[in-house]
Design a protein. Structure first.
Length: 637
């Protein structure tokens, strides 16, 4: 019986659901006056100290996942021997309810939901958290269509409490969504979540998962040994590209799946935008993830679906485990095993053997590592150790003809006569080069990167709009290996360049600036009563005008005042008359000082004019006004 108020703050409003580990209630946060969801763990979990400690660690870890597609964890704690988690309340339905009540989801909407789930998983994976129990029941669709993933890390606490297969021979999680490596009790990584999401994608568009059976052991067997029926065999209207994405995610061998949830999300986004996906389409009846480890040829049998979380017995050793866990659950497992033995006539032993979890007679031999060897060398090595060799050729980034993976893994224990599957690279996956001519070079580069190609850009003078792709190599429609380069030639404009403003600068500096801009420079001198000798008076073409690169710009450089003008200025100065204030805006401080001094004024620059390259922005008195000879002209940069 749940308490009415938890932690003196969370008041229970109503019961929402019951799962394999906990009950979920709608509650109100009395402090913040907002609705929340509370998950209250069953008492058998709360009584296990090791589980509680792991639960605390996982709750902290999951609470750190702040992402728009992840249900936020607000609080957790213990009260009267009951542990609880307070989380964001999402008003809406679970994805499982959506599928059951509305039927199959349209592929484009399924891709949108899948992309949001993958975004949540990708964020969690970057933070070191594997979900381990990805299923439609753990995906919430809000009333406005937002996708939220819940229960991060909880499956890990449960699986650790059971010690996976090493102690009790059990695997926690929902059997329908197990990855093959989970079903075998092997170590898992982020790609197990990718596989589970592949199951969810399959179920969304088909209306049921690819593998299902009332018996979770049989479901585990199917995950390891059987090929999923391609979705289009259930519904031919499902796009080929979407089917390819699903089957790549469902590859038996993790190496043949998407390398990350982010990579899967990118392919779903490509599908929604109408762009080619990276996954290779397969023909009707082809296996997902060709070359997957231990891919059997048995047909999938249609049986009733399993949608509850169970501990899946892996071998008969479960019956004599370490005794951990509630006694009533152990009894249930024993009953299940006895029933299986009666129904299958000893088939449970065969299942354990097929999953690689049983034992066989004869001395054990360590499986040698052949990864990186050529197919011939690897075959010779394995046969020399007494193993039978099965070769699977798969597209992979490894060098063509070389082994990039093997099953069993190196140093695993086997027996002479056992089969070792080696996965030989056929070379990187082939990609069709799209047409990028006419697009903006940045958009074209993004298109190529999404396909796993490497763009190389090269500018070319053209009358076409600047940045427009003029040509590409290879041409569109060409099949190339993933990571190949595609050269994009784009318009860099007409080739004309604006003439820099060098007026007021010394001739040497001005010439360097014009040369760096791509112009040839010639110089003409002209006497000036207002511009100091050696300073540029003007340019031809003028500053700001467009001119072709390598064309000539002529600088008009002051040779100083003529002799007659100097005499006149001298007599005027001695008489204390006024002069016209020259224009020094746009000039560097040194040139401005020289110009003002030459006209009989005292320059007074602001402090910021000492900065390298600073030019005059304002002056007082303004240019063109009359001021007494010897008066001060203030200017700032």
């Amino acid at each position: 019986m749940a308490l009415r108020v938890y932690n003196g703050r969370y008041e229970i409003v109503q019961h929402l659901a019951r799962g394999g580990m906990a009950e979920v209630f709608l509650a109100r946060d009395l402090l913040l006056d907002r609705p929340v969801a509370i998950k209250v763990l069953f008492s058998e979990f709360a009584a296990d100290r090791s589980f509680v400690e792991r639960f605390r660690r996982e709750a902290r870890s999951a609470a750190s996942l702040n992402h728009p597609n992840i249900v936020s964890i607000y609080d957790w704690g213990e009260e009267e021997g009951t542990y609880f988690i307070v989380m964001e309340y999402v008003e809406g339905r679970t994805l499982r309810q959506v599928i059951r009540e509305d039927g199959p989801v349209p592929p484009r909407r399924a891709a949108e939901i899948g992309a949001d789930i993958a975004a949540a998983l990708g964020f969690a994976h970057k933070n070191g958290v594997i979900h381990r129990d990805m299923k439609p029941g753990n995906v919430l669709i809000s009333s406005n269509g937002q996708v939220k993933v819940t229960d991060f890390g909880i499956a890990r606490a449960a699986s650790n409490a059971q010690e996976a297969l090493t102690q009790t021979g059990a695997v926690m999680g929902t059997a329908t969504y197990f990855s093959p490596e989970q079903a075998q009790g092997r170590p898992i990584d982020f790609r197990s979540d990718v596989y589970a999401l592949g199951i969810v994608l399959y179920e969304m568009v088909v209306g049921r998962p690819p593998f299902y059976n009332e018996n979770p052991v049989a479901v585990a067997y199917q995950h390891v040994r059987e090929r999923p029926i391609p979705p289009r065999q259930h519904n031919p209207k499902i796009p080929v590209a979407f089917e390819a994405v699903v089957l790549k995610a469902l590859a038996k061998n993790p190496a043949n799946r998407y390398a990350s949830a982010d990579e899967l999300r990118a392919d779903l986004v490509r599908f929604r935008s109408g762009k080619p996906v990276l996954a290779t389409p397969v023909g009707a009846g082809a296996a997902a993830g060709a070359g997957a480890a231990a891919a059997g040829g048995a047909a999938t049998t249609t049986m009733a679906a399993v949608d509850r979380t169970q501990a899946v017995p892996a071998t008969t050793a479960m019956m004599t485990g370490d005794g951990q866990g509630p006694r009533r659950r152990t009894g249930a497992y024993i009953a299940l095993l006895i029933g299986l033995l009666v129904l299958l006539g000893g088939g449970l032993f065969l299942l354990a053997h097929e999953l690689g979890l049983g034992s066989s007679a004869g001395s054990e031999v360590a499986v040698p590592t052949v990864i990186g060897q050529t197919q011939d060398a690897a075959t010779a090595t394995l046969k020399g150790q007494g193993f039978t060799v099965k070769v699977e050729s798969v597209e992979n980034d490894a060098q063509a003809g070389n082994v990039f993976d093997q099953n069993p893994k190196p140093d695993a224990k086997g027996h002479k006569g056992d089969t070792v599957t080696i996965f030989v690279s056929k070379g990187p996956p082939q990609v069709t080069v799209p047409s990028e001519v006419g697009k903006n070079v940045d958009d074209a580069s993004n298109d190529l990167e999404l396909l796993g190609l490497t763009p190389i850009t090269k500018g070319q003078t053209s009358d076409q709009p600047e940045g427009q792709v003029l040509d590409q190599n290879p041409q569109s429609g060409t099949q190339v290996a993933k990571n190949s380069t595609v050269t994009l030639t784009f318009s860099s404009g007409s080739g004309q360049v604006a003439v820099p403003n060098v007026v007021g600068q010394d001739a040497g500096s001005a010439g360097n600036i014009l040369g760096q801009a791509g112009f040839r420079v010639t110089t003409k001198t002209q006497s000036s009563d207002t511009v100091q000798a050696g300073i540029v008076i003007s340019t031809n073409p003028p500053a700001g005008a467009k001119a072709a690169k390598n064309s000539t710009v002529t600088m008009i450089v002051s040779s100083g005042p003529s002799p007659t003008t100097t005499v006149a200025q001298t007599s005027t100065t001695s008489a204390g008359s006024t002069s016209t204030v020259p224009n020094v805006t746009g000039r560097r401080a040194a040139a401005a000082n020289a110009t003002l001094a030459a006209d009989g004024f005292n320059p007074s620059p602001s402090a910021n004019c000492s900065a390298p390259g600073a030019t005059v922005q304002t002056q007082n008195p303004e240019a063109g006004t009359s001021a007494p000879q010897g008066s001060t002209v203030l200017y700032s940069c």
